[in-house]
Design a protein around this ligand. Structure first.
Ligand code: GTP
Ligand code: MG
Length: 535
């Protein structure tokens, strides 16, 4: 039985959705199970501790189950009946987390439970999926459905945050570890990293205590030279605990000198590459903004997923930090393009601020981060552009954008004169004096522009839009969006010319191409080795 994970229909605001998922995660446990788990016996056993709301199984270097109880007391009861293992030749850190192992004696015959997929589809499956569609619009819709995070995967991400919170909570009981970035902004692809931040605001919330007597008490505290220094020491200690006490957390690196200090590690049981930061509220607000834009029209996510996939295949983006365009920048470029349509598909950030009510007011470190939370206040214009048209015009727009003189500004929704000489200037939506693409150099921008022109040209030819009638199971001619994923003629060293490639079976061309997507977990492997952080 596959449990249905997700948030209830009543929760519509971004904050309400995050709160609901966080609360569900606090009532959940992650259990490593034997490969041939007897699901019925497993559920019967766990139900002794209380009602199980939902559960699912997945496979990641072993079989795991996520079990959500309906009450937190069940977790306490379950922990009561769980043992610290007796390990031979070594010694165990007796930290009682909610990551457990189930031992099963005897096996017998029973049905194998359903496993929920936590990785993106294989290259062959994606290729097949694209080829089976009848139009480019269908291809882009399908691509989004196939790559997007599932409800189960999002639940697992919140659970990992909650497990880490238990470690940080030993020092800061009021703290919360919140996911941000693509986990919550609606543009996450299966396999993407897990960005988290340690939220200590709950500690300051109780700061208003006054005593009628005229006396008041204060905590004696250690002081640091600046907020950054304090953040670095907190992350350093939490990083140490994650490394020494956190079951399943491996490869912990403290990257404390980055603009935004962080602790990076892999969480093995979930397979997530994790970045833990602190004091990162503006990034959380950016995630909310992206989520809001993604909710307003289905074409927004479909275009973003497609452009991100196209950019990844052509190595315009990379999992390794460097001078290339990031997924975040690319997403903002798509949003900006959609604001330029006639009529616009998306409102400007200024318009979203204008619609905000008093309870939406939000100032973070002097930056006005106010946006409307009640989406029903936003009036959408009736733009009926197809995805094919949008994709084609996206490539034409950025293939001819005056990057030398203009900046991209989603707050105003129009091009502005660049305030400085960076190759690509995309104004940070909330910290308006910053450029989110400062890292991009002229070479990388040029590659992007050339590829946009090439893809626009291919779509204009119309030839790629025809689904070939001589398609067989073995030979899948690259048509439509898949044709745009073929290696570029004009950029990239060592890439064979299109004419030459025509001699190869199309299926192997596509396979090689999609191989470069490194769809299955390669992002993680590449990131592991990197200590240079772009933020
Ligand atoms: P993925 O590539 O799927 O991980 O996308 P992502 O949106 O999660 O990007 P990433 O993990 O690089 O960063 C996480 C979040 O940090 C983003 O969603 C942004 O909110 C924020 N962020 C990333 N890069 C920048 C930057 O250069 N400037 C600012 N201000 N925020 C950034
Ligand atoms: Mg991310």
């Amino acid at each position: 039985m596959a449990a249905s994970f997700g948030v209830s229909k009543g929760s519509t605001s971004f904050q309400a959705i995050q709160e609901e998922r966080r609360e569900q995660a606090e009532r959940s446990v992650l259990i490593s199970c034997p490969a041939k788990i007897n699901e019925k016996k497993f559920l019967d056993e766990l139900s002794k501790h209380g009602t199980i709301n939902k559960h699912f199984f997945y496979s990641s270097y072993g079989t795991y189950a996520v079990v959500e109880f309906s009450s937190r007391e069940s977790i306490a009861s379950l922990k009561e009946s769980t043992n610290i293992p007796a390990v031979q030749h070594e010694s165990a850190v007796p930290f009682k987390s909610r990551l457990l192992s189930l031992k099963q004696t005897g096996s017998g015959s029973h049905p194998i439970p359903n496993f929920q997929e936590q990785s993106p589809p294989s290259i062959n499956d994606l290729n097949k999926l694209l080829s089976e569609q009848d139009s480019i619009d269908e291809q882009l819709q399908c691509l989004t459905k196939a790559l997007q995070l599932t409800e189960e995967n999002i639940s697992l991400r919140f659970l990992v945050c909650s497990l880490l919170r238990d470690i940080a909570g030993a020092y800061f009981p009021e703290c919360i570890i919140r996911p941000f970035g693509s986990t919550v902004n609606s543009f996450g692809k299966l396999g993407c990293d897990l960005d988290m931040f340690l939220d200590l605001d709950g500690i300051y919330a109780s700061n208003q205590k006054t005593q009628g007597s005229g006396l008041s008490l204060e905590y004696q505290v250690k002081r640091g030279a600046s907020e950054r220094v304090v953040t670095q020491s907190i992350l350093s200690v939490i990083g140490e605990c994650v490394d020494k006490f956190g079951p399943g957390c491996v490869g912990v690196q403290k990257i404390l000198q980055a603009r935004c200090p962080l602790v990076r590690f892999a969480h093995q049981p979930s397979g997530f590459q994790c970045d833990l930061t602190a004091n990162n509220r503006v990034a959380m607000k950016s995630s909310e903004l992206l989520f809001l834009y993604g909710t307003l029209d289905p074409r927004v996510r479909q275009l973003v997923f497609s452009v991100r996939c196209w950019a990844r295949v052509h190595a315009i983006t990379s999992s390794i930090p460097g001078a290339w365009i990031t997924n975040f920048s690319l997403t903002v470029m798509v949003l900006f393009f959609l604001q330029q349509r006639s009529p616009p598909i998306l409102p400007t950030l200024d318009q979203l601020m204008g619609l905000a009510g008093p309870s939406d007011n939000c100032v973070i470190e002097g930056n006005d981060c106010t946006i409307v939370s009640d989406l029903s206040k936003i009036t959408m214009q009736s733009n009926t552009d197809t995805l094919l048209k949008l994709l084609q015009e996206f490539f034409e727009y950025y293939g001819n954008f005056p990057f030398k003189k203009s900046s991209i500004n989603i707050r105003k929704g129009k091009e502005e004169i660049k305030p400085e000489a960076s190759a690509l200037y995309i104004q940070n939506p909330f910290e308006i004096t910053l450029n989110i693409s400062k890292n991009v150099n002229a070479t990388q921008l040029e590659r992007f522009v050339v590829l946009c022109r090439e893809s626009a040209w291919l779509l204009q030819q119309g030839e790629v839009l025809n689904r070939s009638s001589n398609q067989t199971a073995d030979s899948v001619p690259a048509w439509g969006f898949a044709a745009l994923l073929l290696p570029s003629v004009t950029s990239g060293a060592g890439v064979k010319s299109r004419r030459k490639r025509k001699l190869e079976p199309a299926s192997s061309r596509i396979k090689n191409l999609l191989d470069s997507l490194k769809i299955k977990g390669a992002d993680t492997a590449a990131k592991k080795g990197s200590t240079n952080h772009r933020r």
